[in-house]
Design a protein around this ligand. Sequence first.
Ligand code: URA
Length: 441
Amino acid sequence: MSMVDVIARKRDGGELTAAEINSFIRDYTAGTIPDYQAAALLMAIYLRGMNRRETVDLTLAMANSGDMLDLHDVAPFIVDKHSSGGVGDKTSLAVLPLVAAVGVPVGKMSGRGLGSSGGTLDKMESFDGWSWALSLDQFKRQLRDIGLVLAGQTNVLAPADGKLYALRDVTATVDNGSLIAASIMSKKLAAGADAIVLDVKTGSGAFMPTVEAAMELAQLMVDIGEDAGRHVVALISDMNQPLGHAVGNALEVREAIDTLRGGGPEDFWEHCRVVAGYMVLLAGKAATLAEAEAMIAAARADGRGLAKFRELVVAQGGDPRQVDDPDRLPKARYVEPIEATRTGYISAMDTAELGWVCVRCGGGRMVKSDKIAPGVGFILPVKIGDHIEAGQEIGQIHADDDMTLQQAQRDIPAAITVSDTPVSPLPLFYATIIGKSGKGQ
Ligand code: URA
């Protein structure tokens, strides 16, 4: 196969065959296709799109680029979740231990930050010594022993996604439905979960800006999963403002720990309860969503969720003292207020821009080799619909240097639109898509 021909055909709006997609994924994973040709093909796909058949072929090729786990020798039924990416989206950190704590085994493969959105692995690396790189044996042993695993792509599981994900992050090729669907579903299929809850974000901080686009992506992923024999539910959730209050790796870990301790922001907890509830429902541990949510709330109230999170940190080499005392997590050098620039009701937020503020402070990557500054980010407790006064402290910025600090103090209020007339708060969820198996109804 000539890579130049394949790039040129997609550039000109043509279709790629299954054989071409398979060769591209095989050779790029093996390292015989250079990043510059892969980046050119990604950009051609981004601009010209892929049809459904090409997207399914890409997903399956990426899923098969490493081992396809069968975990049934260590757990009878495994659930997983995945978010399409958002700002302040630390859902996995709270949801996974709560679900595992009620006796539903969770084996999850997560990603790093992507574009303006944060990544679970970067957040968990706030713990000294914590590692996402698990061998197949380690993955299985941990799933059997504690019922909870949080791994990253290695050369064992969906390695093609690991490489393409990092390349998309720095080549402006993230927000394309086919590439997102293939990235998410290849990981989910390879990691061997029987049931998957997809948290598909929509809004100004999501890769899918409209509810319609998010629903189309969600339906495609649900269909791919169900065709592969998995039970899938997709929730369309709001990302027109950051989820919770904290944005930034260690700050988000702190907020997740607060939430597992019974505190934390109300919107974040409510979001987590629903996502976790669907995971428990899909696993057949509850007859209704209400019953599943009550089980999750109980595991939070009696500390089982927090204890499970601590076990996860310890099992993957992290320092449990940072769970017990989050003051031990990495901190930024400076903490300064963010002030509102005008009086009125918050009517909109440019949430992607808020995510980029965090990236520019060092909380994400501009190029693949960038090292993350775990302590930086911001706390923004105000929400759409809130009334604020000019000069009011509406949050705090955590930065490691003067320049990014001052930039963020300017950029965050600029990303918030204020209106003179009252504005209604936003819903947390817009729709639910249930797979054809009907599980999760
Ligand atoms: N999450 C992923 O794993 N991949 C994407 O492309 C977007 C979000």
